[in-house]
Design a protein around this ligand. Structure first.
Ligand code: GLN
Length: 535
């Protein structure tokens, strides 16, 4: 029997950005995987940066990190959370990477004699990368960032148009996600902007097979009828994505509308109905919490929320695992610079989390928060910069190293957090941090060893500085447990305090590995401790 053709689904967006294309494609991948199809996913970003690693998270949201150390778009986080995939460097590329490669080829003489142009050279490089991302899968789901009509997305649209021509149109589906705005004065949802965006798409050669309508309320049949007629898409190929309480309801919502069935039908793939019991369980636990847990998240005000997407999701996963409601309380670190204010801000939370971050601003407030948690038996979870500050706090207030600081900061002092060989303030910025998955050996009998249930784990990193080993024996003598170490580089990965309900901090980012269907053990146990129920 000949091998079935590989299939491709491409997602574009119209009318506005931030419509949740990433969530929509991840939800579809989730359903296809549950139908037994081997999927892979790709995000194509039309901006010129080589990767988002050098962009401020307030501009572009969180930088997601893969096992193999790529700094990527946050949509890859959704892709991993909704599927069983472990994505790689091949799963996200930008215009910057594409141009860089083509210009390098040109300098190497690979196009000798030719004029190097957007078509075919840039488009060929985009198509090469699509093939690369699809390796090993039956269906590739590829999303183009931005909105149709943007100048910079044109080469990508042209490349996927050609791609369908190359592999045969029956192997490709184009899904276009549009916003249907509700106009209060007219008292109705409007379809005109969506029609214009499909017109724009058609004018550059793409004819959508499926339209998904984003709206804040039900879309009635007459609107679908109109869209069907003017966009030339059969009415039963127009689906909706209405605002939901939880993003984890989206796959179920699509499934109930028959979207996954329609996709497999259009691609000519015959599969069994998807098994969705675990989806149901996640939604049940989310909708039926037995109590609330308030977690104070201490960060720089401007970075909170979007910059910590995976963290927010991982806390939700921990709450879902324990069937409780996670209530985030975002606390601006700079407000905690006075002891009194810290006490009043933390009085009502059940636990605090100090996440990763860069730069000195806000760190004294975070150190005050950590001190409060340590002294008042309030569950504390520190991540990356959060762990580095927990070390500084312990060094200053328990070990008497009064000027303990980090070499990242301007304030001089004893560098208990320091650059390791090859790192410094002056290192070239792009892609040069300690990135990706590293091993961590857990100490027998530690809390971490118990909650992970394994002796050797692997977690993802994104940082430049490390715990300075010169002071570690002083911490241990004063009661701090080094519960995880990277054996190859002899670096501190995880710390904890014994006589405390939960005082755990790690140098790595566990949030990148958490999934709703398999919540991360550190998040699940932190939530349990914040409920006062960790035994
Ligand atoms: N700024 C610190 C470092 O580079 C921590 C980074 C982080 O929290 N991701 O080491």
């Amino acid at each position: 029997m000949s091998k079935p053709n590989k299939k491709y689904i491409f997602f574009t967006g119209g009318v506005a950005s931030s419509l949740g294309k990433g969530l929509a494609s991840a939800s579809i991948a989730c359903l296809l995987e549950r139908r037994g199809i081997k999927v892979s996913m790709l995000k194509m970003d039309p901006y010129i940066n080589v990767d988002p690693g050098t962009m401020s998270p307030t501009q572009h949201g969180e930088v997601f990190v893969t096992d193999d150390g790529a700094e990527t778009d946050l949509d890859l986080g959704h892709y991993e959370r909704f599927t069983s995939l472990t994505l790689t460097k091949a799963s996200n590329f930008t215009s910057g990477q594409t141009y860089l490669k083509v210009i390098e080829n040109e300098r190497d003489g690979k196009y000798l004699g030719k004029t190097v142009q957007v078509v075919p050279h840039i488009t060929d490089e985009i198509k090469r990368r699509i093939h690369l991302a699809a390796e090993g899968s039956e269906v590739l789901l590829g999303e183009i960032g931005g909105t149709v009509g943007d100048i910079e997305s044109l080469p990508f649209i042209e490349a996927i148009r050609q791609f369908a021509h190359d592999v045969g149109p029956s192997n490709v589906l184009f899904i276009h996600l549009v916003l249907l705005p509700y106009i209060g004065a007219a008292g109705e949802i409007k379809s005109k902007p969506a029609q214009h965006s499909v017109k724009e798409l058609r004018s550059i050669g793409l004819f959508p097979n499926i339209i998904i309508c984003r709206a804040d309320r039900e879309v009635d049949d007459s609107i679908r009828q109109k869209l069907s007629l003017f966009c030339d898409v059969p009415k039963d190929q127009i689906f909706t994505s209405i605002d939901l309480d939880s993003i984890y309801q989206l796959p179920m919502d699509f499934h109930q509308q028959g979207l996954d069935e329609k996709i497999t039908e259009l691609l000519g793939m015959w599969t069994a109905a998807p098994s969705i019991d675990d989806l149901k369980k996640v939604i049940y636990n989310y909708q039926n919490p037995t109590k609330q847990v308030k977690i104070g998240i201490v960060g720089k005000y401007t970075e909170l929320i979007e910059s910590y997407k995976s963290l927010d999701e991982a806390l939700h996963h921990g709450a879902i695992a324990n069937q409780v409601e996670f209530v985030p309380v975002y606390i601006d670190a700079e407000e905690m610079e006075s002891q009194k204010r810290t006490e009043s801000l933390l009085k009502d939370v059940n636990g605090i989390l100090v996440p990763g971050g860069f730069g000195e601003r806000g760190t004294e407030g975070k150190i005050n928060a950590i001190k409060y948690a340590r002294e008042n038996n309030l569950p504390f979870f520190g991540i990356c910069l959060g762990m580095q500050l927990a070390i500084i706090e312990f060094a200053r207030h328990v070990c008497g190293i009064k000027d303990a600081t980090s070499s990242e900061f301007e304030t001089p002092g004893t560098p208990v957090i320091d650059f390791i060989d090859g790192q410094s303030k002056d290192v070239a910025k792009g892609g040069s941090m300690r990135l990706g998955a590293y091993n961590c050996e857990l100490k027998p009998k530690s809390l971490a060893r118990e909650v992970y249930g394994e002796a050797m784990i692997s977690e993802r990193h994104r940082h430049r500085l490390e715990v300075n080993n010169d002071f570690v024996s002083q911490y241990e003598k004063s009661g701090l447990t080094i519960s995880g170490k990277n054996p190859e580089l002899d670096l501190v990965e995880l710390i904890e305090l014994e006589d405390h309900p939960f005082f755990v901090a790690c140098q790595y980012h566990p949030e990148f590995r958490s999934r709703p269907f398999s919540p991360h053990p550190l998040f699940a146990s932190f939530i349990l401790a914040s409920m006062g129920e960790l035994k």
